[in-house]
Design a protein around this ligand. Structure first.
Ligand code: MN
Length: 268
């Protein structure tokens, strides 16, 4: 053992996994129903092609707004209730008990810190959205009434502005998480250049719905652009469409949930 290694606060990165000591805090446990919904959200996002072995979904703790729940470092399709870990907003786990956690948990903590209205967050590299993060000519904008949450066009997080050239593009510390949260601002969706996207919502159902329909919108926008000049939803139309459609999000949630729980889905 090298003398410089600190036995008490081991903190080392393994690819996109990380290990961190638990915070010594006590508090109310999250509702089992919330944990079950978070497990379901993991499975739905895999089944709908939003996450693969990578990407993650979190929810704010329902009895302590200063904590959030996120799976340990693993593929979302295989998450169970026993894999859900509580975190402080600074990314410190509360009950990881030595299990590896997601390196990019700072995406979640720093957005929850800056946006009290946000109750759930999905971070993904979903494949049709990602090209919009690198396109210099085409902004990601709502092309239909199902994706009004994209508003008048989505902000793009440029990690070089926060950390210079030569990063691995990952949100691997609190400063990068805070910079991402700043670019997100009051929007529901932020592209991350050369990496993917992050979408937020006032509930898990909203965040999952928006993650799925962001990918749908990307497919539709690519097709529309191929046909020529595109008329996008105006800001007012996006707002009105969002207000209406998001009263209906229980419908897709129940359908997607039944799929993953019935064995029809690609998620096991
Ligand atoms: Mn990522």
């Amino acid at each position: 053992m090298e003398p410089s290694q600190n036995m008490c606060t081991h903190h080392f990165d393994v690819a996109v996994a990380a290990y961190a000591d638990d915070a010594a805090i006590a508090g109310a446990a999250a509702s089992p129903a919330l944990i079950d919904d978070l497990v379901t959200a993991n499975h739905i996002l895999f089944d709908q092609g939003i996450v693969d072995a990578f990407g993650h979904v979190s929810v704010r703790h329902d009895h302590d707004p200063e904590r959030f729940l996120l799976a340990r470092n693993m593929a979302p399709a295989t998450v169970t209730a026993d894999d859900i870990v509580e975190f402080m907003l600074d990314g410190t786990p509360v009950n990881a008990a030595g299990r590896a956690v997601y390196l990019e948990r700072f995406i979640h903590g720093e957005i929850y810190r800056s946006r009290p209205d946000v109750k759930a967050i999905v971070h993904s590299h979903s494949p049709t959205v990602l090209p919009f993060s690198v396109s210099k000519g085409t902004r990601f904008r709502p092309v239909c009434h199902m994706s009004g949450f994209l508003g008048g066009g989505t902000p793009v997080f440029e990690i070089r502005e926060a950390a210079g050239d030569g990063t691995d593009l990952l949100i691997r510390d609190r400063n990068l998480g805070a910079a991402l949260a700043q670019t997100l601002g009051e929007s529901s969706f932020v592209l991350m250049r050369g990496h993917g996207s992050t979408v937020v919502g006032p509930s898990l159902r909203h965040a999952v719905y928006r993650a799925v329909y962001a990918e749908v919108n990307a497919r539709l926008q690519v097709e529309a652009v191929r046909l020529g000049e595109v008329t996008y939803l105006s800001d007012k139309e996006a707002e009105a469409a969002q207000r209406n459609i998001e009263t209906q999000i229980d419908r897709p949630w129940m359908m997607w949930k039944r799929r993953v729980q019935s064995g029809q889905a690609s998620a096991a």
